[in-house]
Design a protein around this ligand. Structure first.
Ligand code: NDP
Length: 286
């Protein structure tokens, strides 16, 4: 029997409606409208689309968004000064500097300049450290969206073997920590992992975050496994595919996310969640 499709668009819409309602209650109670500031440096067309979509989603959820566009030649020191200004501005609750940044700017220096309590991307080392040690933090949006989808699908993670393919700081590592916190037994794989197909075959839950089109084949998937495909890969013919060979894998998996329409819509949804959370925490701290 083909797998049940995990519809990220539909789940995202439900979660966004909940966030919009909570944002409305927050505004009515405090008189504060949560505000996300996005900073785009340069002209990368994909980044421009991402930033525009983030701002639009924010407005649709009853929150404010401000986009600051800077030229590709913008000096690092001026960007750091802007971040400091936004950190100090009480009307700003979330700051998102769109990555990648031009080569002359040190990304980690910029990420570390963002106040951890406004770091709605969850990339600051303080937030990453708290995720590791179990403290209150902002969790990166894609891993958070994956957990939300698993919960929505009532996937019981306790004692299950979760295999995460990819160990990046923005997807692989944080999602592995979140799965571990939910009592899964977690294996993290990467480009040096030996016999990857055999490791994936032993998984009850597979999270693929590799960036290699359809690398994970259908015969790597154990019958009934839950497959979360994070990959977004554009093929030369223009098609968008994930890291999992979807047509093959859906014949064996129990549940599977499509690409597009799976993890992608959940990522922006969780940015809205983090922005509302930042405003709520900042309001509680004054
Ligand atoms: P990175 O390039 O930062 O990390 C890729 C990881 O995959 C690395 O850990 C790398 O291993 C591993 N890898 C590469 N080749 C292999 C291989 N042959 N076998 C096993 N592991 C391999 O990517 P990201 O984590 O940033 O993104 C992954 C994918 O997810 C991309 O397609 C990206 O576009 C997509 N993405 C989608 C999002 C969404 O909203 N849906 C959000 C973020 C990302 P090593 O560390 O050894 O090099």
């Amino acid at each position: 029997m083909p797998a049940h499709l995990i519809d990220g668009k539909a789940i995202g819409a439900v979660v966004r409606a909940e966030i919009k309602e909570r944002a409305g209650t927050f505004v009515a109670r405090t008189g504060i409208t949560p505000c996300l500031v996005t900073v785009l440096v340069g002209e990368d067309p994909a980044s421009r689309v991402y930033v525009r979509n983030k701002g639009k989603a924010c407005t649709e959820a009853g929150m404010l968004s401000r986009q600051i566009d800077l030229p590709a030649s913008h000096p690092e020191n001026d960007l750091l000064a802007l971040v400091a200004e936004l950190n100090a501005d009480p009307s700003v609750h979330g700051i998102l500097v769109q990555l990648p940044l031009p080569d002359h700017i040190d990304e980690s220096r910029v990420i570390e300049a963002i106040a951890p309590e406004k770091d709605v991307d969850g990339f600051h080392p303080v937030n990453a450290g708290r995720l590791l040690s179990g403290g209150p933090c902002f969790v990166p949006c894609t891993p958070l969206g994956i957990m939300k989808m698993l919960d929505h699908e009532s996937v019981d993670l306790k004692g299950k073997h979760a295999v995460v393919v990819g160990r990046s700081n923005i997807v692989g590592k944080p999602v592995a920590l979140l799965l571990l916190a939910r009592h899964a037994t977690v294996t993290i794989c990467h480009s040096r992992t030996k016999d990857l197909p055999a490791v994936v075959r032993s998984a009850d839950v597979v999270v693929a975050a590799v960036g290699k089109p359809e690398m994970i084949r259908g015969d790597w998937i154990a019958p009934g496994a839950v497959v979360i495909d994070v990959g977004i890969n554009r093929l030369p013919d223009g098609r968008l595919v994930g890291d999992v060979a979807f047509e093959e894998a859906k014949e064996t998996a129990g549940k599977i996310t499509p690409v597009p329409g799976g993890v992608g819509p959940m990522t922006i949804t969780m940015l809205l969640h983090n922005t509302l959370e930042a405003a709520t925490r900042l309001a509680a701290s004054v």
